[in-house]
Design a protein around this ligand. Structure first.
Ligand SMILES: Nc1ncnc2c1ncn2[C@@H]1O[C@H](COP(=O)(O)OP(=O)(O)OP(=O)(O)O)[C@@H](O)[C@H]1O
Ligand SMILES: [Mg+2]
Length: 494
């Protein structure tokens, strides 16, 4: 606003100064033209008057009187021209016209501006001519420029008044136009821009949908740009989401792969441990085998002795039976540690389940645990020894998990081409960090002497040998469910 006012004032000032100069110049030109014309007319009149000084003076005085603004009329005659020129001069004073004699050179002057000591700025016109006697003479007219200056001063005043009025009017009009119309609209546009800077893309600059001035055009352009940015943003967000989803997917794949790797490593360690155990068990079985054989031989000898008293004779077969069981256990143990090689035969699942439950649940456990069986009556082809082993281990773990009693459920059935064994308990359940390790050899949470940590590792090996798998579902405090699933063996494969 201030800049506008300053520019306006400077422009008006320059215009006024230029206008006044031009006006002054044109007034002066007009005075010069008229004075020159008057000089020509006066020289003609002086020629007519003749050479009489009084008459010439009278004519000069009349000329001064007739023309307002003419301050002095001087006439130089021939005799005086030269180095010492005399002439009569009529000068206007407040006391009337005074005549005097004057000396000076004679040259034609079309009208020069001089500073007269008596009357200020004046225009001097010098017109040489031949008088009535043919002698050379010179007429000097001095016209006042005071009138012109007064006119210019009046004009200056008027122009200044107009300029100040016009300036005030323009500034106020500009203020109203700018303040009321432009600034308000520019502020609205600025507000919208600030909102966008702050991340709000859902704003809209106010303005008509069509037509309007440059500001409306600007607002429309801004809105179009915002629409494009919104579109671009949405596209970008979509792409980022896609990329993130892809990344998450890949991450999950990687995690799964990692888990597989960890599992494989754990499996390998487990297998290595089992193999080491196998070697150890083999050595123990071998070392135990010899004393057992010797014990068996001695028992046979004892049984043949005729002098053996009766109660001892009845006890020897019992001892022999126990030694035989020990030998069988050692042999089975040896077989197992060498690896599981399933031998398929038609098997009834129900007796296997009953056997596992009967073998594993002692009298105390039976009193506290409620047992439920759900067994398929059908016959399946598989290895009964391995199935028995699986069931025994799983039922034993379930019983251990319910020291205060609970419910044990054993299911065994055929689902399509698969045999499914499921042992469910309502025992302690397992936290994830335990669940992660239960299939590792020698991993146990049971106290020393109570568990070896081999049960589930062997179950996993058996499931694998049967070309199946073992899974667990468990929730701490609620219980666990172990499921073994493996395909029935085809009749011609075993
Ligand atoms: N039904 C279950 N409920 C809760 N925890 C279980 C269950 N079954 C197994 N576990 C956990 O898994 C661990 C490993 O079981 P695994 O059968 O391999 O060894 P163990 O029972 O400790 O010893 P072992 O079977 O050799 O006598 C157990 O120590 C126990 O912590
Ligand atoms: Mg166990």
């Amino acid at each position: 606003m201030l800049l506008f006012a300053a520019v306006l004032a400077a422009t008006l000032l320059v215009a006024i100064v230029l206008g006044l100069r031009i006006a002054q110049r044109s007034v002066e030109d007009e005075i010069r033209k008229r004075t020159s014309e008057l000089a020509s007319a006066t020289t003609l009149a002086l020629k007519r008057v003749g050479t009489d000084d009084d008459q010439l003076s009278e004519e000069l005085a009349a000329t001064v009187r007739k023309h307002r603004g003419l301050m002095r009329v001087e006439l130089a005659r021939q005799a005086a021209l030269g180095i010492d020129a005399d002439f009569t001069a009529a000068r206007i004073t407040p006391n009337g016209i005074l005549f005097s004699r004057w000396r000076g050179p004679a040259t034609r002057v079309a009208g020069e501006v001089v500073d007269d000591p008596d009357s200020g700025r004046a225009l001097r016109v010098v017109a040489p001519f031949n008088d009535a006697r043919g002698g050379r003479a010179r007429l000097v007219l001095l016209a006042s420029l005071a009138e012109a200056e007064r006119l210019v001063a009046a004009e200056r005043r008027a122009l200044l008044e107009v300029a100040v009025g016009a300036s005030l009017f323009l500034v106020i009009a500009f203020w109203i136009l700018l303040g009321r119309i432009l600034i308000r609209r520019v502020s609205a546009l600025q507000l919208a821009m600030r909102a966008v800077e702050g991340g709000l893309l859902d704003v809209k600059a106010p303005g008509p949908a069509q037509g309007g001035d440059e500001l409306a055009y600007l607002a429309r352009g801004f809105n179009q740009m915002l629409t494009q940015i919104r579109g671009f943003n949405a596209e970008l967000t979509h792409k980022i989401e896609e990329a993130t989803a892809e990344l998450t997917r890949k991450n999950r794949d990687l995690e799964e792969l990692n888990e597989l790797l960890v599992d494989a490593r754990r499996d390998l360690t487990s297998k290595e441990r089992l193999a080491a155990l196998g070697q150890l068990a083999g050595t123990i079985a071998h070392e135990l085998g010899n004393p057992l054989n010797a014990l068996n031989g001695h028992l046979q000898l004892l049984a043949r002795r005729p002098d053996l008293p009766d109660p001892a004779r009845q006890q020897v077969p019992v001892l022999q039976g126990e030694v035989q069981r020990m030998t069988q256990i050692i042999r089975r143990f040896l077989d197992q540690t060498r690896g599981f090689t399933p031998a398929a035969e038609p098997v009834q699942l129900a007796p296997l389940v009953d056997e596992a439950i009967d073998l594993t649940l002692g009298t105390e456990a039976r009193a506290k645990i409620q047992v439920a069986r759900e067994v398929d009556g059908a016959e399946v082809r598989t290895d009964p020894g391995l199935v028995r082993h699986l069931l025994t281990n799983l039922v034993a773990n379930a019983v251990d998990a319910m020291p205060n009693g609970g419910r044990l459920e054993v299911q065994a059935r055929q689902e399509g081409r698969d045999v499914v064994l499921r042992v469910t308990d309502t025992g302690s359940g397992m936290p994830p960090e335990v669940k992660r390790h239960i299939f590792e050899a020698f991993y146990t949470t049971k106290p020393n002497g109570k568990g070896t940590g081999l049960g589930l590792a062997i179950c996993k090996e058996i499931a694998r040998a049967l070309k199946g798998r073992i899974d667990v579902d468990s929730e701490p405090g609620k219980g666990s469910a172990f499921t073994v699933r493996f395909p029935v063996t085809d009749a011609h494969t075993a």
